[in-house]
Design a protein. Structure first.
Length: 268
């Protein structure tokens, strides 16, 4: 596989109630872009971003994996279509995983943390406030976290904006969770932005399209407006971790009417 490249792995899917993912938006709007399952829920893909560099591999989130017990998996209709470990081994051989960057620690983003084959120097990079939220959930947040899904020995807690070597920057946004972060990076002269669940799908690009499961919606709105303006002005290729179709694209238009332009990235 090529070095200094970005790949997308469509690892699996799960479902959410329409109210959870679309908030106050009426069905007449979101039904133009989404269809409900037979159980009346909305399917979400888990798209894992894999950054291949000369020094090793960086993953942005690890999908839904085998997280949760049978009852939990049945409730969220979890389905896994691709084995992360197997795909990484197939495409990259024994190349080391340097970093796993988590946008946040909800169950659909950490599902392979316990099973993925990492080296002694591999790090799981998470905002400190997100680790606290994961370890001490409240009545509103506890259904989104699965205790024991993240190996504590490998967690490296960061505060605020953190730059890694190779042009990767983690930016704490809050909004979806208190410690949510997005990931910005550059490859071969192109700029990329992984929005995490601040903007879970390209449908959610409009600033006021905010999920009901966002704990701090005003922070979401503020950061969405800031980052959408940035990606439009600077021509970022944006990655949406829950798009069921094309996972990436550029954004044109303006803050009132952002337009998603699909871009096909290499897949694993």
């Amino acid at each position: 596989m090529a070095e200094n490249e970005i790949y997308i792995l469509k690892e699996g899917s799960f479902t959410l109630e329409s109210g959870a993912i679309f908030g106050m938006l009426p069905k007449s709007i979101w039904s133009r872009s989404f269809s409900e399952t037979l159980s009346g829920r909305i399917p979400m893909s888990t798209n894992i971003a894999v950054i291949s560099r000369y020094s090793g591999i960086t993953l942005i989130d690890t999908g839904v994996g085998r997280v949760g017990d049978e009852r939990f998996r049945g409730f969220f209709e979890i389905s896994v279509s691709a084995d992360l470990n197997g795909r990484l081994k197939e495409f990259f051989g024994n190349r080391k995983i340097e970093n796993i960057i988590h946008t946040h620690l909800h169950f659909d983003h950490v599902g392979n943390d316990r099973s993925i084959e990492t080296g002694k120097e591999s790090r799981i990079l998470v905002q400190e406030s997100e680790v606290s939220g994961y370890r001490h959930p409240n009545m509103l947040t506890r259904s989104s976290y699965v205790r024991g899904s993240v190996p504590p020995a490998k967690v490296y807690k960061v505060r605020g904006t953190k730059k890694l070597h190779g042009g990767i920057t983690m930016i704490c946004t809050g909004g979806h969770t208190e410690g949510h972060q997005v990931v910005q990076f550059e490859l071969k002269g192109k700029k990329f932005m992984h929005f995490g669940d601040l903007i879970p799908t390209s449908f959610h690009l409009k600033p006021n399209y905010i999920a009901a499961i966002d704990n701090f919606p005003i922070d979401t709105l503020r950061m969405k407006m800031k980052l959408i303006r940035k990606v439009i002005a600077e021509g970022h290729i944006c990655i949406f971790n829950h798009n069921t179709g094309t996972a990436a694209g550029t954004v044109s238009g303006n803050i009132e009417k952002p337009v998603f332009n699909p871009v096909d990235l290499p897949t694993l």
